[in-house]
Design a protein. Structure first.
Ligand SMILES: C[S@@+](CC[C@H](N)C(=O)[O-])C[C@H]1O[C@@H](n2cnc3c(N)ncnc32)[C@H](O)[C@@H]1O
Length: 239
């Protein structure tokens, strides 16, 4: 078993892919968002953000327009690998009139101290990182023990026919966007010991919005180092 990132989703490749598609991203993603996921899910995510918030893989800042109505926010920091996406996010941040701190950073190795944020959030990016488990650990590490993790993600569908189609389409999608359609990320979050407060899904159970407390500190040592691939191979997990 290997923990090395697949070249298909190496940070360098993902950065190049997203730099390239940044100028047209909003038009392309708007369709997925409105038709398949529904804007309501992103709105729901925004209402769960509290205190000092970190968003990883912020992209063009699709969540920013929904922050205005949240009086619970103290600060908002957003990071992404792609300078191109961050350029678009900068414009989106200006449109909100809210102070948003932007930084170019790899979500698998965040440059923040342990227990920094009240909320750590991400949307539609755990499908793209080479190692989602490592990224989730980083989210937990920089989140205060009493803070919350808020994840919006598309996952492997519970329906076997749909999941087969997702599996077939994944190589194409990985080439285009580094994006895996068939990752059971909702299950990964549970298996890693995140304490789920809320898990709502939509569109055949493909889109999930999960609100969770980070895993207990003592649990982290036990599972730390387990990569996504290893977890998905654990025998007691139903495939
Ligand atoms: C599919 S886009 C989603 C963007 C945005 N969160 C949204 O909901 O529209 C995935 C984003 O994750 C970023 N990304 C992928 N891997 C990353 C990593 N290891 N660290 C930081 N950002 C990453 C990409 O650059 C891209 O902007």
């Amino acid at each position: 078993m290997t923990r090395s990132p697949s070249s298909a989703t190496s940070p360098t490749r993902v950065e190049a892919l997203y730099d390239q598609c940044a100028p047209t991203w909003n038009a392309r993603q708007g369709l997925v968002e409105r038709v398949l996921m529904g804007e309501g899910m992103r709105r729901a995510l925004a209402t769960e953000l509290r205190g000092n918030v970190l968003e990883i893989g912020t992209g063009t800042g699709a969540t920013f327009p929904f922050l205005a109505n949240n009086p619970m926010l103290s600060s908002f920091t957003a990071v992404d690998l792609s300078a191109g996406m961050l350029g678009e996010a900068h414009e989106a941040a200006e449109r909100t009139g809210r102070s948003i701190r932007l930084a170019q950073m790899n979500a698998e190795a965040l440059a923040f101290a342990d227990d920094t944020f009240d909320t750590v959030t991400t949307s539609l990016m755990l499908c793209t990182v080479p190692d989602p488990a490592r990224t989730l650990w980083e989210m937990a590490r920089v989140c205060k023990p009493t803070g919350r993790i808020v994840v919006l993600e598309h996952v492997r569908a519970p329906n076997p026919l749909i999941s087969r189609v997702q599996k077939l389409l994944t190589p194409f999608q990985v080439r285009q966007l580094g994006c895996h359609l068939d990752r059971p990320t909702d299950r990964l979050v549970r298996e890693m010991g995140f304490r789920i407060e809320q898990d709502t899904s939509r569109f055949f159970g493909i889109f999930h919005m999960i609100v969770a407390l980070p895993p207990e500190r003592h649990q982290r040592g036990v599972i730390q180092g387990v990569s996504f691939t290893e977890i998905s191979r654990t025998p007691d997990l139903k495939q």
